[in-house]
Design a protein around this ligand. Sequence first.
Ligand SMILES: CC(C)(COP(=O)(O)OP(=O)(O)OC[C@H]1O[C@@H](n2cnc3c(N)ncnc32)[C@H](O)[C@@H]1OP(=O)(O)O)[C@@H](O)C(=O)NCCC(=O)NCCS
Length: 434
Amino acid sequence: MAKDTVTVIDNRTGQQLELPIKDGTINALDLRKLKTGPEDFGLMTYDPAYMNTAACRSSITYIDGDKGILRYRGYPIEELAERKSFAEVAYLLLHGELPAADQLAQWKGQVTHHTMVHENVKKFIDGFQYDAHPMGILQTTVAALSTFYPDAKNIGDPECRKLQILRLIGKVPTLSAYAYRHRMGLPYVPPDNDLSYTGNFLNLLFKMAEPKYVPNPVLEKALDILFILHADHEQNCSTTAMRGIGSSHVDPYSALAGATAALWGPLHGGANEAVLRMLTEIKTIANVPGFIEKVKKGEGRLMGFGHRIYKNYDPRAKILKEMADKVFAVQGTNPLLDIAIELERIALHDEYFVQRKLYPNVDFYSGIIYQAMKFPVDMFPVLFAIPRTVGWLAQWEEMLTDQEQKIARPRQIYTGHWERHLPEYDAAAAGARA
Ligand SMILES: CC(C)(COP(=O)(O)OP(=O)(O)OC[C@H]1O[C@@H](n2cnc3c(N)ncnc32)[C@H](O)[C@@H]1OP(=O)(O)O)[C@@H](O)C(=O)NCCC(=O)NCCS
């Protein structure tokens, strides 16, 4: 029977190394045994952007990019989106199992208990320019929370970690909504504990003078599904930031602020905002073929298309495309949808996109739905950050309790000057002095 090993031969020395293959990987550290001499550090792997490196073991989210599969804790995303609430999915991601009825009630109560923010946080938000991007406000206020909860640095204490997780899941929607209200010049309203997680978020955003805000059930449900779809996505850029920063054992607010920053980039969670700007710029269906040609010439990218992992239709995009109609029935249609559908139609049949396996990703349709729900474009990445907070925290907890993890510290191939000296520096004299 064939052995589960791979043999590496160093042609410089003739040395042979038999490396065990475990879980479809070899241990990169084993390669260090290949040395040309005692001074040789040993063989390393070179993998910019971690294209082929598994940096952790994880039991949270599974993706098969070729087949277009996404599962949280083993459950297909389609089933969760159709049958479960965001509160249940958040519990699942963090605890590994879906909650029983009493566990769910307790979980909702615990999160609700932490939705309020200190009055000083509002003053902090007030200090921002009137047109400050809400993602910038969210990122910095999350970081500022570390100064409100200095106990959070006790990351070795499971109870303390649990408390910070509840605080963050409770407060991130409040901070996000206040960032929006600051920008709109509206007063901050308190959370409403009678409402669901997404219902309360809508209340925090849109409540005006009415004594009780009643969320539209279709929009509340749509947002709940959007939150489920965005809750986790294994080792993406922002999650890697969360794990990397968290691996220094800093408090979770500081780590989550870093993850939020990573999410903001247009190649990651900022893509939904970029999609909307792109569709607005294209303006009409007649301009779509011209735009596609420009993309093919390398003059810009088709935002919301392509993915490092999915080389098939992103399952989340499929759910969103179907959901768009339900939201439009309440809010009126978004003319940008027609441009998006035409872009998709042409791209899915065009050799350039087919060859590179570029399909719509989650951001292609989410922005159109958010806009129909009357969110300003710069709130889109914030709407991504709220549910992803759960995924970041689940991954953070997993990283901290994984005995194999250490502070993240990749290696480099040094390409700079070798040793050289300042012209006025007398190296020989310095050597004599030493
Ligand atoms: C997501 C993304 C960053 C993944 O990048 P990646 O895995 O590093 O893939 P690459 O950038 O190496 O792209 C591979 C090829 O496809 C092309 N490509 C990738 N995404 C493209 C897009 N959206 N539009 C046009 N061409 C694209 C690249 O130009 C490259 O072509 P080449 O081989 O001729 O040079 C990339 O697809 C992208 O920028 N998409 C748009 C932004 C977006 O929607 N991000 C949200 C992700 S959820």
